[in-house]
Design a protein around this ligand. Sequence first.
Ligand SMILES: [Zn+2]
Ligand SMILES: [Zn+2]
Length: 141
Amino acid sequence: MQGKCLCGQTTFELNVPKIKAYQCHCSLCRMQSGTASNLGTIVPAEKFSWLSSRNHIKSWAKESGFSSDFCSNCGSPVPNKLRGMDYYWVPVGALIDVTSVEIVAHLCTDSKAVWDYIPDDSVQYDSLPDLNMFINELNAD
Ligand SMILES: [Zn+2]
Ligand SMILES: [Zn+2]
């Protein structure tokens, strides 16, 4: 499946059968997404490929490790390679023609906005889960 930014200068492809995603409700993800939470997934690097040049992609990183890559032409969040790991973070809203997305967990629920709504029957983590464990869960069959 393919994805792109608003202006179309950034295009990429995922070679995965389905999308398991998470929503992170922390204050950084709220500001990065402009809404209550982001909706992301993490895929192995060998299942990710850029279809366009990356010359126009800008990156902002916090010392804590949080980083946000975005198209410098239209401002859309775009995929970024997890630092030091062979995985890419992918903003699920950028995917085109996805027929189903399974939201497996809500993260950082302790720092959600007071006006945010998280379904009671969802899997919730009050902070960030162990990253390796969580990546395995996102990529499990
Ligand atoms: Zn763009
Ligand atoms: Zn977050």
